[in-house]
Design a protein. Structure first.
Length: 117
């Protein structure tokens, strides 16, 4: 089974903290191995990040990301007003799609969304 492993650069993000100049981004790296030592080459893939609660039944976020460096497996999601869901702990999942191939992240990655002070 083809799968990838997600690593987010942030474990906490504030849902009311956004910038008109696109300075706030959710960033991460996608790896091809469980030890997260080999980046997955993203060339030709479309990336979606999804946030769901523990039961995984509903996506509270389902957004297309931008590839930063395909060879390095890095990406970002620009966070604007109303991009992030309400404050809670969410499970992050990545979905990669390329010409009929769909690949999902296999590891558990949590993201704490907090309400900005």
């Amino acid at each position: 089974m083809l799968g990838v492993y997600l690593s987010l650069d942030q474990s906490v993000i504030y849902n009311d903290n956004f910038s008109d100049v696109s300075a706030l981004k959710l960033t991460g790296t996608i790896y091809s191995d469980v030890n997260k030592t080999t980046a997955f080459n993203l060339t030709g893939y479309t990336i979606k990040i999804k946030l769901s609660e523990e039961n995984g039944k509903a996506d509270y976020l389902n957004q297309t990301c931008t590839i930063t460096s395909a060879g390095a497996g890095t990406f970002y999601l620009s966070v604007a007003e109303s991009t992030l869901p309400t404050a809670a702990i969410y499970l992050a999942n990545i979905e990669l799609v390329k010409s009929g191939t769909k690949v999902s992240s296999l590891n558990r990655t949590e993201l704490l969304v907090k309400r900005a002070p």
